[in-house]
Write a protein that binds this ligand. Sequence first.
Ligand code: PRT
Length: 160
Amino acid sequence: MPKIPKTTRKNDDTKAAGKKSVTKKTARKKAAPAVPAIKAVPPLPAEPAATAEILDRLFNVVVSRKGTDPAISHSARLLSRGRRKIAQKFGEEAVECLIEAVAGNAEELIGESADVLYHLIVMWVDAGIHPSDVWSELTRRQGTSGIAEKAARPRDPLAV
Ligand SMILES: N=c1c2ncn([C@@H]3O[C@H](COP(=O)(O)OP(=O)(O)OP(=O)(O)O)[C@@H](O)[C@H]3O)c2ncn1[C@@H]1O[C@H](COP(=O)(O)O)[C@@H](O)[C@H]1O
């Protein structure tokens, strides 16, 4: 391989360096806006989180209690007492819930809300309603304002 004179090599290097810096400048100009760094996904908790998923799990537990010993299971006892009693218990819990809401007792309202949800689930089990039926209805309503929905209702011609 023929030896390249040092000066020429230097010139070539400088040229190359110059070219590089031009290329870098051009690249910097064309570069897309900076994208924020992606955060690592946190690992899932070992135990199921306290989320609304509990309602589906509670429903399955209550279904499993149907027809079992009412002396051991409150759900079995309630279901064996019939629809009227189930509805009455739900109504009582709802009233207790609203009393705490009106009184502004947040802590008590949480407990009463849990009672309402449990008794509502017992009522669904008795009525043969699956939670997914209710979730579907809520999903269907999503995005429709209650004001708009009410305004779109057909008017009763006999209403004063
Ligand atoms: N979330 C609840 C829940 N909330 C409230 N309750 C019970 O509901 C009852 C309400 O009390 P009340 O005195 O008002 O009811 P009652 O005895 O029917 O009253 P009466 O009107 O007949 O006098 C209490 O016994 C509460 O413990 C519940 N019982 C059960 N659950 C859940 O249901 C699951 C299954 O429970 P069992 O069916 O009992 O195995 C449990 O693991 C819980 O997760």
